[in-house]
Design a protein around this ligand. Structure first.
Ligand code: PEP
Length: 247
C-alpha cells in the first residue's frame, strides 16, 4: 500500500514571519491527516519553518538542492546545509527551474543523486508543455525526463515523482482526472520498465498543477495518483482541505 503524500510548494512566497504564523495556524488543521504532509519553502525560510513545525506532523522541504557538497556555486544550497536543519524533501526539476533557470535533465539527475546520498527525498518534477501535449508528445517528453533525470538510481522507491503538466501550473487549468491518471499510469509503467515492476507498484507519484480544495477529491480517487504537489493553494488554509481530502 502506498501512503498518500501532499506537499506544498511555496515558491518565492512568504517570509519567516508570515510563514511561521501560517504553519502555526495550519498545524492543528492537518494533525489528523492520513497522508504525509510537507511544505517545501525558500531556503532562507528553512530554519524558521523547521522551528515552527517542530512537534507537528508537518515536514519541511527545500525547493532545490545542488549536487556538490560545497564550493564555488554562488546562489546554490548543498544537501549538507539542508540536512543541518532536518530538511526531509527537496523539489528537483520544477518546470519553473527548467523554464527560467536553464535546468536540464542532466542537472536534475545530479541533484537527485546528491539528495539521495544525503538522505533527502527528492520530489522530481516532470511534465509537458501545452504545445508538446497538443502535438501528441506528452509521453515522449515524460519518458525522456524519466530516462535522463533518473539515471543510476539504486532504489527508485526512495524518490517521489511529481507529474506536473506545465500548462496546468499556476494557470487555474487543472488536468482532468482522466488526463492526470493517464499520464501518471504511463509514468508508473515506465518506472516498471526502466527499474522493476515492484518499484512501479511502490513508488509515490503526485499530481501537480492547479490542484485545490475543490478538485482534489477526484484526482486523489484515481488509482495511480498518490498525492499532490500544491503551489498556490498551499499558501492558504485551504491546503488543510486538500490534506484532509478523504475525510
Ligand atoms: C507547482 O508549482 O508545483 C504547482 C503545482 O503550482 P499550482 O498549484 O499553483 O498550479
Amino acid at each position: 500500500m502506498r501512503k498518500a503524500f501532499i506537499a506544498g510548494n511555496w515558491k518565492m512566497n512568504m517570509t519567516a514571519k508570515t510563514g511561521s504564523e501560517f504553519i502555526k495556524q495550519i498545524a492543528p488543521l492537518v494533525k489528523d491527516a492520513d497522508c504525509d504532509v510537507a511544505f517545501c519553502v525558500p531556503a532562507i525560510l528553512i530554519p524558521a519553518m523547521t522551528e515552527a513545525a517542530k512537534g507537528t506532523n508537518i515536514a519541511i522541504g527545500a525547493e532545490n538542492v545542488h549536487w556538490e557538497k560545497s564550493g564555488a556555486f554562488t546562489g546554490e544550497i548543498s544537501s549538507d546545509m539542508l540536512k543541518e536543519y532536518g530538511v526531509k524533501y527537496a523539489i528537483i526539476g520544477h518546470s519553473e527551474r527548467r523554464q527560467y533557470f536553464g535546468e536540464t535533465d542532466e542537472g536534475v539527475n545530479k541533484r537527485t543523486l546528491a539528495a539521495l546520498a544525503a538522505g533527502i527525498t527528492p520530489i522530481v518534477c516532470v511534465g509537458e508543455t501545452l504545445s508538446q501535449r497538443k502535438s501528441g508528445d506528452t509521453e515522449n517528453v515524460v519518458r525522456r525526463q524519466l530516462e535522463e533525470g533518473l539515471k543510476d538510481i539504486d532504489d527508485i522507491t526512495k524518490i517521489v515523482i511529481a507529474y506536473e503538466p506545465v500548462w496546468a501550473i499556476g494557470t487555474g487549468v487543472v488536468a482532468t482526472d482522466e488526463q492526470a491518471e493517464e499520464t501518471i499510469a504511463f509514468i508508473r509503467s515506465e518506472i516498471g520498465r526502466i527499474f522493476c515492476p515492484k518499484c512501479a507498484e511502490n513508488i509515490i507519484i503526485q499530481y501537480g498543477g492547479s490542484m485545490n480544495a475543490s478538485n482534489c477529491k477526484g484526482l486523489m480517487a484515481q488509482p495511480d495518483i498518490d498525492g499532490g504537489l500544491i503551489g498556490g493553494a498551499s499558501l492558504t488554509l485551504d491546503f488543510a482541505k486538500i490534506v484532509n481530502y478523504n475525510k
